[in-house]
Design a protein around this ligand. Structure first.
Ligand code: SF4
Length: 699
């Protein structure tokens, strides 16, 4: 008889969908969104709707492998788990004994966000802590913005996206939910039915921008200047909320002086926007309560990205929207789940403090760190597709003296550089716990089917590896249910009554925060307890104490004959996941770069031809689209393609740079100056088109 097993999407997406797997005779025969979940309401996205096909992909890794060819060739032989783990144990212990534990770099990505198997719980941390391995700084996604928000509001937490239904003005700022987190859309639609206006601010005319009442396309990376200009208009009209600024904030006088520096005409020049549109939006902001702002991770991936979020979070202070249901700013909700992360990761198992290695500086670290990294264990990550500066990463991974283990589902470009490959389970095959970073629910993921081949969950790999190493720390051998209880049953009041048994039974629970949520009703978690328009902490850390505008390094002024490269999320890939699937690849088509007609004409380029996009770091090939998708000065493409599956063997990250944002060592993917030239068929990778241009123009 068929059974229905509750689960959750594990992928790097704010929505954390609840799903139901139908299992018949031990086989997963159906997957659908859970209709009872209040936020995701039964809908999965286009990427994940065929997830079961992904679990059965013909190229799925099913057995441990040992490299037989040169690094990068991707030639392996099948070995058994015992052999793989004993070799791994022997090599890691030898490296630890000779060079110290910090010579081991556990390199974890966002392949799954689960608390047991993935990133949110730092899966494997207990083992790495016992070994004294280097700490992995997860800088690839949202850290600059989170750090910026912490200076202003004390936390990266903000609005509950469900509260958008109460807003009367919605600013989607660098955010494209119709591609990358579509469940907020129904709350936006509900607000629009009540008369709310939707404004999208994005240098790219995305699917979402095309649906908005208004689309402003500033120069990339100038968002903080635009925010200050809009606040200038609010203050000029006397529409700022004096009471909120006086009673709930510190530093208003200093911040008001900062706002005075950004009149609309100056901001129009910085952002390259028509003056009258800034004034009109400023007036609308001044007169519309509540206003809800949704900012996602794209706008903080540049040299001033931390400051951008720090400044955006001041808008609802100036307008007083932080005090209203339906007002404020939503960036992440991940901090609302107060499970016991510390007890899960057990940093107390470290015998001494260890160094931290920055994820998005992978090539720098592997080529130059002193003392060097001698062992790299990659899991939930595909740095050869997703890290900046591919060719340097490739050189680093090719180091013959680097012992590399990759734990994966699929034969990625990164797998090709592994000494040992371990096959891991997918979401329908293991236990996990998830929150979303775009909603207020906790979800259980029950294994629905047995793993194929010899795939194992990460948690089981860590246990077996610890045993192979002869490690005696009991915490290394906790089973999955014990780990889940440690996390969930934290005693925090917002988790009162939430047990693993209840989660397993019900599939999901809403966290115990008020609904509707006014995020800072009982104060801001800053040192002053108030929203900080002047931050002593920022000053002490060497930053401007007052929120402002930090220009990007390359994007706003890319240089003569150059364009600012934006590589947004694809509609069909989740980072680099699914980019090997026939259906997803067919739907995504070849990489496309979109230019404004003036920029194409200036280069003598026409739509549909193959172009090469690059700079001093490297280049990639794409089909040219010409139209309204990109503003002047921007080359808009999408990320996620696997380099080895592309005709030119390179994706967009051949051009992006290993460089830090202003806060948190965040990545700067959207701060990249490139040339765009006609590709020529001269045997250097530019080849005839393999398939017709498809849907990649509007992502
Ligand atoms: S990727 Fe996001 S929207 Fe798609 S199924 Fe997963 S959580 Fe839902």
């Amino acid at each position: 008889m068929a059974m229905e097993i509750p689960g959750a999407c594990p992928l790097d997406c704010p929505d954390g969908c609840s799903w139901i797997v139908t299992v018949d005779d031990g086989e997963a025969v159906g997957l659908r969104g859970n209709p009872d979940h209040p936020f995701t309401r039964g809908a999965l996205c286009a990427k994940v709707a065929r997830f079961l096909d992904h679990t059965r992909a013909p190229d799925r890794l099913l057995y441990p492998l040992r490299r037989t060819g040169a690094k990068g060739e991707g030639r392996f032989e099948r070995i058994g788990w015992d052999e793989a783990l004993s070799e791994m144990a022997e090599r890691l212990l030898a490296i630890r004994d000779r060079h110290g534990g910090e010579a081991i770099w556990p390199f974890q990505g966002t392949g799954t966000l689960g608390y047991l198997q993935g990133l949110e719980g730092r899966s494997g941390a207990r083992l790495w802590n016992v070994l004294g391995a280097s700490d992995h700084l997860m800088t690839i996604c949202s850290i600059a913005g989170s750090e910026g928000l912490r200076y202003t509001t004390g936390t990266n937490r903000g609005m509950d996206p469900e509260a958008f239904q109460h807003a009367r003005l919605i600013l989607l700022w660098g955010s494209n939910p119709l591609t990358s987190h579509h469940h907020i859309w129904k709350f936006i639609v509900a607000a629009r039915k009540q008369g709310a206006r939707l404004v999208v601010i994005d240098p790219v005319r995305t699917r979402t921008a095309a649906q908005a009442d208004e689309h402003l396309a500033p120069r990339p990376g100038t968002d903080a200047a635009l925010a200050l200009g809009l606040m200038h208009e609010v203050v000029r009209r006397g529409a700022h909320d004096e009471a909120f600024l006086r009673e709930r904030c510190v530093g208003w006088e200093a911040f008001r002086e900062r706002i005075d520096e950004f009149p609309a005409d100056r901001v129009a020049a910085i952002c390259d926007l028509p003056l009258e549109r800034i004034v009109a939006l400023g007036e609308r902001l001044a007169t519309t309560r509540p206003t809800a702002i949704r900012a996602t991770m794209g706008i903080q991936r540049h040299a001033g990205g931390g400051m951008a979020l720090r400044t955006l979070a001041t808008i609802p202070a100036v307008t007083g929207d932080w005090a209203l249901p339906g007002g404020g700013l939503a960036y992440s909700t991940s901090g609302y789940f107060r499970g016991n992360r510390a007890a899960l990761a057990r940093d107390d198992l470290r015998a001494h403090p260890v160094r931290s290695l920055v994820m998005t500086r992978m090539a720098d670290v592997l080529l130059d760190a002193d003392p060097p990294v001698h062992a790299l264990v990659v899991y939930g990550a595909n740095p050869l597709a997703s890290n900046p500066d591919t060719e340097r990463v490739r050189r680093a991974l090719a180091r013959e003296d680097l012992f590399t283990v990759v734990i994966e589902h699929s034969p990625t470009d990164t797998v090709d550089y592994a000494d040992i490959v371990l096959p891991s389970t997918m979401q329908t095959e293991h236990t996990d716990v998830h929150d979303g970073y775009g909603h207020m629910y906790l979800a259980w993921n029950e294994p629905a089917v047995a793993p194929p081949g010899e795939c194992l969950p990460h948690t089981e790999i860590w246990r077996r590896l610890a045993r192979a190493m002869g490690l005696e720390e009991p915490a290394l051998y906790d089973d999955d249910l014990t780990l889940a209880r440690t996390l969930v049953e934290s005693g925090d009041p917002t988790l009162a009554g939430v047990t693993v048994e209840r989660l397993r039974r019900e599939g999901w629970v809403r966290l115990g925060h008020p609904n509707p949520l006014v995020p800072f009703a009982s104060g801001f978690p800053t040192p002053s307890g108030k929203l900080e328009l002047y931050s002593e902490r920022a000053a002490a850390a060497g930053h401007d104490p007052v929120p402002g505008y930090t220009p990007p390094a390359e994007a706003a002024d890319p240089g003569e004959d150059r364009l600012a490269l934006i590589a947004a999320a694809s509609h069909w890939f989740l980072n680099s996941i699914f980019a090997n699937g026939a259906l997803h690849r067919e739907r995504a088509g070849e990489p496309t770069v979109a230019l404004h007609p003036d920029d194409a004409a200036a280069r003598g380029l026409v739509a549909g031809e193959r172009v090469r996009v690059g700079n001093e770091r490297g280049s990639f090939d794409a089909l040219l689209a010409v139209g309204d998708a990109a503003r002047r000065g921007v080359a808009a493409t999408t990320k996620g393609h696997w380099p080895k599956l592309l005709a030119g063997g390179a994706n967009v990250n051949s051009a992006t740079e290993e460089r830090d944002a202003d806060l948190g060592a965040g990545a700067v993917y959207h701060d990249c100056s490139v040339w765009v030239r006609r590709a020529v068929s001269n045997g250097d990778g530019a080849v005839a088109l393999a398939q017709p241009q498809r849907s990649a123009l509007r992502q």
